[in-house]
Design a protein around this ligand. Structure first.
Ligand code: SF4
Ligand code: SF4
Length: 446
């Protein structure tokens, strides 16, 4: 038996509720969800129901009489050795938590949720990829600006923003209406998005503030690695900051994990409703546009499309607002052909996956200026994951090519990274840009 596995399983099983029991009990293995999962392309063993089955083995063994008595005969077993853990970790990290399986399953089974439960068990037996573990520790530090290199990078972004607006930034100001929350992942992947958002807030005359340093890397990293306690700690830190400055709206330019988690999961995890609204910059700008407070100049600038980030669209229902803005900006808009909004296809690299490939680790190391030591088991884990990640992102790249789009506008730094990486890798002639950068020189304040 693997050391600590029973305790890890007990902790996760203790949190089962009626909804997760339904996810565990009701799959009929029909395979309908399979074609929608970005990682099915990596092989049939990575179909959503197969990944979820890893959690069901454990559940049956722990919780069902047949499983206790008949064990493997009824698909009930615990991982027994390192080989089993290798298989489980491969399954758990071939999921971007895009929720497409949830959207397409006739029984409403969210296999990605069971994958996160699997990650929770793996985390407790030392099987979280080292890059994610490192970033989780960064997020739990007193300051995410963990060394001089990262601090310099952040100060550089603030300085650029000061120059862009020609005045000091209203950092940590009390009583602002809007609190802009940029995350460290954006400073790493798309620093220009932070500067552009600040420019827009200043341009529209908003009463705004922002923290003098990011409150998390891509919070909560605990949800990505499967560590509930660290999730709570980070939510607590964000809530304390919001209480201190007294902001009414937490505004984000990053439409990934933090937006969806803070809007929908935080009230349950913290057992209290936040005193502020969580809004994405597309919601903020669409509201200004519809109230006539800004105009958007329409241009002929090649074919433009919008990529729906999974957490923003399928996870949070923000589908119309970005389209209102992008359609107002161009004479040549076309939606992506394989599905939009709740039925959009994932970019293939969210929920930490892009960062745990070999290239992803190098990117993080370059940003922090330090080496992250991989665990021994990661030597076998990383190279095939990298190959599967490339196959997963290619599906999005091919979809964009089908309509010959020149500009892919989106609202999530991770999507931008994955799409632009794919465009380079597969030699395509388009570029992904964040909506604030795309709109910056097209907005006119009325
Ligand atoms: S959440 Fe997305 S990536 Fe994960 S199993 Fe479901 S469809 Fe696949
Ligand atoms: S999760 Fe739903 S769609 Fe997927 S195989 Fe099971 S029952 Fe079918």
């Amino acid at each position: 038996m693997i050391e600590g596995i029973e305790k890890a399983i007990d902790t996760v099983i203790a949190d089962l509720d009626s909804v997760t029991l339904h996810f565990l009990e009701s799959c009929v293995s029909c395979g309908i969800c399979a074609p929608f999962c970005p990682y099915t392309i990596a092989g049939p063993i990575y179909e959503p129901a197969d990944k979820a089955e890893e959690m069901r083995y454990i559940y049956r063994k722990k919780m069902t009489i047949a499983g206790k008595v008949l064990g493997p005969l009824v698909g009930a077993k615990y991982p027994k050795d390192e080989k089993d853990l290798d298989r489980m970790v491969n399954m758990a990290y071939r999921c971007v938590n895009c929720r497409y399986c949830y959207q397409t399953c006739a029984f409403g089974i969210y296999s990605g949720k069971l994958v996160i439960m699997l990650r929770r068990i793996l985390d407790k037996v030392g099987r979280t990829p080292s890059t994610l573990k490192y970033l989780q520790s960064v997020e739990l530090s007193d300051s995410v600006l963990i060394n001089d290199k990262v601090r310099e990078k952040w100060e550089g972004i603030l300085e650029e923003a000061r120059k862009a607006i020609g005045k000091d930034l209203p950092l940590d100001k009390e009583g602002a209406e809007v609190v802009y929350l940029p995350w460290l992942v954006e400073a790493m992947l798309t620093p220009e998005v932070i500067v552009s958002t600040i420019k827009i807030l200043d341009m529209v005359g908003e009463n705004w503030t922002m923290p003098s340093e990011p409150l998390g890397f891509e919070p909560p990293m605990g949800v990505i690695v499967g560590d509930r306690e660290s999730e709570r700690k980070v939510f607590r830190k964000i809530n304390s900051y919001m209480a201190k400055v007294g902001g009414k709206k937490a505004l984000m330019s990053h439409g990934g994990t933090p937006y969806m988690e803070m809007r929908f999961e935080m009230p349950f995890v913290m057992n209290e409703r936040p005193s502020y609204d969580v809004i994405h910059v597309t919601e903020y700008l669409a509201d200004l546009y519809e109230k006539g407070k800004i105009r958007i100049r329409k241009e002929e600038n090649g074919k433009v499309t919008w990529h729906d980030p999974c957490k923003l669209a399928r996870g949070s229902g923000v589908v119309e607002q970005p389209r209102i803005l992008v359609k107002a900006s161009t004479t040549n808009y076309e939606d992506l052909p394989r599905g939009t909004g709740m039925y959009s296809h994932c970019c293939g690299g969210g929920t930490g996956i892009a960062l745990i490939t070999c290239d992803g680790r190098k990117l993080v190391e370059e940003f922090i200026g330090e080496k992250i030591k991989p665990a021994e088991w990661e030597e076998k884990f990383c190279p095939p994951l990298e190959e599967d990640y490339k196959k997963a992102i290619k599906q999005k790249i091919d979809e964009i090519s089908e309509i010959n789009a020149n500009i892919v506008v989106t609202g999530c730094s991770t999507c931008i990274y994955n799409i632009n990486k794919g465009a380079t890798l597969y030699d395509r002639d388009f570029q992904a840009v964040h909506i604030v950068q795309y709109l910056l020189d097209k907005i006119e304040v009325t």
